[in-house]
Design a protein around this ligand. Structure first.
Ligand code: ZN
Ligand code: ZN
Length: 338
């Protein structure tokens, strides 16, 4: 589906602030003129006939030929329809501001890596997540040793402790996209799922998105593992409160002496916003950047210019030789050209 502006024919994009499709060309929010999917082949753009880079699970993508934002309605229905979407109100420009700020202390970054001319390369990706709600009965059964020193006297005690706690762990997210690196997605969490809105297909116009790559059962063990870590943390904090002078409490002790009985209470399918941008060096090396579209958490490393770095090192060395001013002049003269 492509949402064309009824006034000027441009492709409309969804504005979460206005809660409607808006035309980026003429700013109209009139009802769109939808162009339906090519039912013979959803990977063909219905506007220009070009081939869409959708892949097996793609549900929303910009046509590389006519720049229309395609949303594949047939891949977003039935069990593939998300329960909810967490909106992003962040602009592409703001993503670059965050990246510039994060790397501001580096003297040798490539200035054009986050320049305005590259803004169009920023992709807003709505990443499929399964969100689990677990009930966990955590039973700790072990010995706790305490030691308390008053003046010159140290009193040690040993307690046989059994604690049973029922925990409700809701909103445990697991990313359901093979394309998005798990460790990076874990670093970008958490997302505040309370801000989620009921899903509507047109909300994806202007973004990239995928449907879940595997069903909820496939990721359940990973989700249970995340929930287990939270349960162990809870038991640890609970025991530390009860026995503040404990000497043998560690993550290992907790895991060795706690049984977890995990019940799945609910599973929902969400789309969560992540900004993606890649910078390619002249050498072909690529640096990827990711930003949580909700919390603005940034993932990525500084795009360091090797020539600038070499000059900076040379300047430092020559500083002691009294000719640093010459190198500084060279650096200023070369500016962003490196
Ligand atoms: Zn328009
Ligand atoms: Zn097209």
């Amino acid at each position: 589906m492509v949402y064309k502006c009824s006034s000027c024919g441009s492709c409309m994009i969804y504005d979460f602030k206005e809660k409607t499709l808006t035309c980026p060309s003429c700013s109209q929010s009139n009802p769109p003129e939808p162009v339906s999917d090519n039912l013979d082949d959803v990977e063909i753009c219905p506007v220009c006939g070009g081939s869409l880079s959708l892949g097996r699970y793609g549900t929303a993508v910009k046509c590389g030929y006519c720049d229309s934002f395609n949303v594949i309605a047939s891949r977003l229905s039935g069990e593939a329809e998300p329960s909810a979407i967490v909106p992003t109100f962040m602009s592409r420009k703001h993503m670059f501001e965050l990246l510039r700020e994060k790397f501001s202390r580096y003297l040798c970054i490539i200035p054009e890596a986050f320049s305005e001319s590259r803004l169009k390369e920023v992709i807003i990706e709505y990443v499929p997540y399964w969100v689990y709600h677990f009930g966990i009965r955590a039973s700790f059964n072990g010995e706790i040793r305490t030691s308390k020193t008053t003046g010159n006297t140290t009193v040690t005690d040993t307690y046989a402790v059994r604690i049973v706690t029922d925990l409700g762990l809701s909103n445990v997210p697991v990313d359901a996209s093979d394309l998005m690196p798990d460790e990076i997605m874990d670093d970008l969490e958490p997302f505040d799922l309370k801000t989620a809105l009921p899903f509507k297909i047109e909300q994806l116009s202007g973004s990239n998105s995928e449907r879940f790559n595997h069903d909820a059962e496939f990721y359940k063990e990973e989700a249970a593992c995340k929930a287990s870590s939270q349960a162990y943390d809870y038991i640890y904090e609970d025991l530390m409160k009860r026995y503040p002078h404990a000497t043998n409490l560690s993550e290992r002790t907790i895991r060795d002496h706690t049984d977890l009985n995990i019940t799945t209470l609910d599973i929902r399918y969400f789309l969560l916003p992540v900004y993606k941008y890649s910078y390619t060096f002249h050498s072909g090396r690529v640096l990827d950047y990711y930003v949580n579209g909700q919390t603005e958490e940034v993932w990525g490393t500084a795009p360091i210019s090797k020539p600038r770095l070499i000059l900076a090192v040379a300047a430092t060395i020559l500083l002691f030789s009294g000719v640093a001013s010459i190198v500084t002049t060279i650096l200023m003269a070369i500016g962003g050209a490196l």
